[in-house]
Design a protein around this ligand. Sequence first.
Ligand SMILES: [Zn+2]
Length: 130
Amino acid sequence: MNYHIDRSKWQKPSYGGHYDERATEYEGIRCKCQRCEVSFVFEPEEQKRQFESLGRFPFWVPGLCASCQSEWEKIGPKLKRFEAAWQNKKLEASDQDELKEWLKLIEQSTSYRKKDYGSRANMLRKLLSN
Ligand SMILES: [Zn+2]
């Protein structure tokens, strides 16, 4: 199965990314998972989807293998919920159990190299030590 490159669907058609101007088909790109360091292939079909449908720049590569990515997809939304609850003051310093849970998720998230939650983690550690 070939996956034809349609540059007109790229966010910036003049920017080649992984491909020079003569390339006509997506090719598998070997990547290394930033978390578990397993080697995996960024498949042509997935590249077409990312670059032509989802609007990613064509130099992007996934940072996580499929299994780490699916683990992250369980953790990421929970972190967002905690963050939103905190911002909306639905979560407070007295909710120690919740804060512990939040800190645990942040500590897990660092291995996924997703986002630096360092200042949040420090804040929570301070609130929890009181
Ligand atoms: Zn992995």
